[in-house]
Ligand binder design. Sequence first.
Ligand SMILES: *Cc1c(COP(=O)(O)O)cnc(C)c1O
Length: 488
Amino acid sequence: MTPAEFRSVGHDLVDRVSEFLDSLPDMPVTRGEKPSQLQRQLKSRKLPKSGSPTQAIIKEAAELLFDHSLFNGHPRFWGYITSSAAPIGALGDFLASSVNPNVGAWDLSPMATEIEKQTLGWIAEMIRYPPHSGGIFVSGGNMANLVGFWVARTSKAKWDVKKRGLQGGRETPLIYGTKETHAWLLKAADLSGFGTDAIRWVRLDKKSRMVASDLEKKIRNDIRRGRLPFMVVGTAGSVQTGAVDPLSEQAEICKKYGLWFHVDGAYGAFGAVLPELAGAYAGMSRADSIALDPHKWLYAPLEAGCILVKNDKLLHMTFSQHPAYYRFSRAGEEEPTNYYEFGPQNSRGFRALKVWLAFRQVGRSGYERMIRKDIALARRLFEKVGKTRELQQLSQSLSIATFRFVPHGMEPGTKKDETYLNKLNEELLTRLQRSGEVYLSNAVTNGTFALRACIVNFRTTTKDIDALPQIVVRHGRVVDSEMRKKTR
Ligand SMILES: *Cc1c(COP(=O)(O)O)cnc(C)c1O
């Protein structure tokens, strides 16, 4: 591609993307198409034998995506924990891939490495974590938690676990979490060779938070029986309900028994920027490691996760290997940061730039304002639900509200009606998701199927939130009458 062609095709694409962003509120959140419909759009094209004009293929790709995507940037997208992406992030990714630094080694990415380090320091400062902790950007929350898990494993093993593996110990070390802990923990325990039986499931209170006294009881019992506790996983903003564990008590217990304290703050840790929530997050700064997802509450486009580790020597110890073909440190010179020694990846993209740019663009105060607004919108929704006769409030924490549709005449709490309500709300969720009007997901707590709105969306307005209860009721009535007809 010549520079002139790049310029003209590039300008044209920026125009298309700007129009797309502008029209988001007027489009359906999703068209709810089936895989086969989309496969037909792509036709059964073989690997291209020869090339095509750039302008035409960029236009085609843009149209395919604009016409057949689910838009998490839509003001009425509230599913899972997937945020609207800040447009500055798209520009950041564009710039990053144009320069294409390999942020695996300082020599290959001098300024990019320093920007990544600075960005991690800002994230630590934002959540009141020691700013000189270590850290690294990874693809997302799962990877960030996995890295934290591996650092805990290497740091707490009383034998040379890097060399001898788990077989080097007399038995498998134990991890403490809850049923609200995200499923990364199952993957981590399984794929790291511990097996999921190494997870101790600590009891939850009514608000889905870990019961600290049960944690301590389980740890003590395990120690008494000669087992090897090594790690506690606290959650700062659970994926289902936004619950924040009693982090101070968890930190205290970890200190008492010499365990690694890891906090999964993929979604919620950024909430610590709000002074009014300081109480809930007190204790998080005592964690040995924290996983965070800038692609959630920092509004970075996918992918951007990161891990902070209080003692960066332990992060380095976990991942450092020195193959003979790398000569990135030279005696007598300043010691550069080579990120391939601080994480599982070797070649690494420049994920930090989009986050760095967004920090520069809005600052701490911008994030305070946006995060506070998301939480206020979730509370507003929860209140509106409480005032809507056919809706039942279930939970509200951080920017997540859960509720369900309960038709007239139903008695929540009775076994027969509970079974029906679960089926009804599950079908209702499918309808809502396909409708393109709004996008919710679900939570299941204590056997109750809940509709769940998670607001991590700077485009959502109070008008969008106020419209939701009646949309749910309208679809709910239709689904209810269809289900009753069928069972009659
Ligand atoms: C989103 C989330 C994860 C997983 O993060 P990904 O970025 O999807 O990999 C893990 N834990 C919590 C609490 C989350 O909210």
